[in-house]
Design a protein around this ligand. Structure first.
Ligand SMILES: Nc1ncnc2c1ncn2[C@@H]1O[C@H](COP(=O)(O)OP(=O)(O)OP(=O)(O)O)[C@@H](O)[C@H]1O
Length: 635
């Protein structure tokens, strides 16, 4: 309704079209009031010209043309609007299904669309009408719908294909929404303008087709429509008899109806705001969650990764971006995950939550959440647990917000997909969540483009928290925002964590930020976790040479400002097998003959502070450990 008001307010053409359509509809509705004469009554003189008793004259059989026009509007409109509706429904279903499902289903549907597109319209219409002759108005509607849906399907499919790849659709799928919900609740509102345009276009086609069929005598000529009026005028030689009014009246009405549809169509095009329809750049915020525990995980870990191996299958072979990672996330803690860009942090997050899409793949290992291996779950089990047990927030995740849905609906969506139906409960929860992440509740009624980046990111965090998952994985959730907003959001995340007692995995390359916000920190390098320790311990006593280097690359939390040094060299390629320590080439403490030849191992000198470095291997000679080396590789 709001959409219609907007179209009418902003487009004079649409306004004119709607007024014209209303006039024609009123003619049909109020026909008995507007004329006392029956359209089939033959009680008058033949071929009487317009004027006097007969406003638009009479036919060869002495019927009143004005009465025929009013009553004829009923069937003509009924056929036009119903056929438009049916054809648009077919076009929308076929177009969206083809875009959503892809693969074999799309191939079959595309063949069907293309076949209907290449079949010549009018002959097909005539053959189909001849086949269904005698079926009355219903058969005419069916014939027109059957021949008129393919163009709309093709246009909708193209637009839906671009939507299908938008992040908010990926996010909706990941958050457990089924195909019907994704198609109808997420994609369809974005296509509303196009669907409406398709409807009016098809309705116009239907009116013209009905007129053509009737004119050719293929329709039900015993009924009064504007088309059959033309048929009888032609059959009785109206123009030869000089009775132009018999042809002009229905002809003009058909033209006016066509104009009304076309004007509305233009108006929708004008108003279908590209900012809204094509809004938003990228977004990568996904929200997900996991199901109930069957057995408690070892070490009471909430999430336990065991020897997780994951990466990408490329034409040149496998990229092993995550290499045998074993890591626990404990209840209620913030686990920070840090490392240089490209070390596999995001791949780890996606693999652990089973969200790694092709060409990504999990090559082995386990990801056990409350006793259940996520990697072993069926799609349905996974759908049930995602978002309810765990959720994810990614960098620029605000782009998962659907640009044409109000924020409220999108916050509700998450909860509704997991069974919360009561409107009052949804509203109350949404308000609570907004208070939690520091947004005024009146923004629930806003559209995403009315919010700043920081607010959108908070909305996404609110959505990720909607079902109070036990674990929220945040992959650079604030990197796209300015420092002040970043800090505020991080403080709020921490407050939420304390209040709800959830665990957070916080991923960033900013180690100093992690030291401030995390309970424990794991350092990743070349796909492996090379050091893991309580945040304060890691800050005060970093053990791995890589961690030390990483630490010195960031400003200290306190004390005078100093020039920071980067880490010379580059990480190794993850495409091949790595022998020994992956940091060997860049390590100032490397021990040739040890670090580059032995399989990497983890040593735990201090409890709770394991480190994958031979400097902590008690079997290695301590004299060897004291040598410093310049890095082999340089930037
Ligand atoms: N689609 C892909 N195909 C092949 N390799 C990929 C693909 N996506 C990522 N990689 C590689 O996987 C490795 C790990 O990437 P990932 O994005 O997980 O790292 P990251 O630590 O999260 O980096 P950043 O901090 O920049 O996001 C990188 O070396 C990257 O080049």
């Amino acid at each position: 309704m709001n959409g219609l008001t907007a179209v009418l307010r902003r487009s004079p053409r649409a306004f004119a079209g709607v007024v014209l359509l209303l006039v024609l509809v009123s003619m049909a509705m109020f026909a008995p009031i507007l004329t006392p004469v029956s359209p089939t009554s033959q009680a008058f003189g033949t071929f009487l010209p317009p004027g006097g008793e007969h406003l638009l004259g009479t036919t060869a059989l002495g019927q009143d043309i004005f009465a025929q026009l009013l009553y004829g509007a009923r069937l003509t409109l009924l056929i036009g609007l119903t056929a438009g509706l049916v054809a648009t429904a077919i076009a929308t279903t076929v177009g969206l299904a083809s875009a959503y499902f892809g693969g074999k289903i799309a191939e079959v549907l595309n063949v069907v669309i293309n076949v209907f597109l290449v079949l010549p319209g009018l002959p097909l219409l005539i053959i189909a009408a001849a086949f269904l002759r005698g079926g009355g108005v219903l058969s005419i509607i069916l014939v027109i719908s059957f021949t008129g849906w393919a163009w709309g399907a093709r246009v909708l499919r193209s637009q839906a294909l671009t939507l299908r790849n938008r992040d908010f659709v990926h996010a909706a799928i990941a958050s457990g929404e089924g195909p019907a919900r994704v198609i109808f609740a997420e994609m369809l509102p974005n296509l509303a303008g196009l669907i409406a345009a398709s409807f009016f276009g098809t309705a116009l086609y239907a009116v013209l087709s009905e007129a053509s069929l009737a004119f050719l005598g293929m329709g039900d000529v015993s009924q009064v429509t504007w088309g059959t009026m033309l048929y009888w005028a032609q059959a009785r030689g109206a123009l030869l008899q000089g009775a132009w009014w018999w042809v002009a009246a229905p002809g003009l009405c058909i033209a006016l109806l066509g104009t009304a549809f076309a004007l509305i169509n233009f108006g929708i095009d004008e108003v279908a705001n590209p900012k809204v329809v094509h809004a938003g750049k990228a977004t990568r915020v996904l929200r997900r969650a996991v199901e109930t525990p069957s057995t408690p995980a070892p070490h009471s870990a909430l999430l336990a990764l065991h020897d997780l191996d994951a990466g990408y299958v490329t034409p040149r072979g496998k990229v092993r971006a995550v290499r045998g990672v074993t890591l626990d996330v404990r209840p209620g803690e913030v686990l920070g995950l840090a490392g240089e860009s490209g070390c596999g942090k995001s791949t780890l997050a996606f693999a652990a939550t089973r969200l790694l899409d092709a060409p990504g793949a999990v090559f082995g290992g386990q990801s056990i959440l409350e006793g259940r291996d996520l990697l072993d779950m069926s799609a349905e089990e996974l759908r049930r647990v995602r978002w309810k047990k765990y959720s994810l927030v990614f960098q620029a995740s605000m782009n998962i917000l659907n640009p044409v849905l109000r924020i409220r609906e999108q916050v509700f969506d998450a909860m509704q997909a997991h069974g919360v139906k009561d409107k009052a409960a949804l509203e109350a929860r949404a308000k609570d969540l907004f208070a939690l992440v520091g947004i005024r509740e009146d923004y629930l009624g806003a559209y995403p483009h009315q919010l700043s980046g920081g607010m959108k990111q908070r909305v996404v965090i609110a959505i990720a928290l909607a079902l109070e998952p036990k674990l929220v994985i945040m992959d650079e959730p604030t990197t796209a925002l300015d420092v002040v907003v970043q800090r505020q959001i991080l403080q709020e995340i921490d407050a939420v964590r304390r209040r709800l007692g959830i665990s957070i995995v916080f991923i960033t390359h900013d180690l100093s930020l992690l030291v401030e916000t995390s309970d424990r920190i794991a350092i990743m390098y070349a796909g492996e976790v090379v050091e893991e320790a309580p945040a304060h311990d890691l800050y005060a006593h970093p053990k791995h040479p890589y961690t030390r280097r990483l630490m010195s690359a960031f400003p200290p939390l306190e004390g005078p400002r100093e020039r920071r040094v980067g880490i010379p060299g580059r990480p190794p390629s993850l495409a091949g097998e790595l022998t020994g320590c992956p940091f060997f080439d860049r390590c100032p403490s490397r021990m040739p003959g040890v670090c580059d030849t032995r399989p990497l191992q983890t040593f735990e000198q201090t409890t709770g502070h394991p480190v994958a470095c031979f400097l902590y291997d008690p079997t290695v000679d301590s004299a060897l450990k004291e040598q410093e080396h310049a890095p082999l590789a340089s930037d």
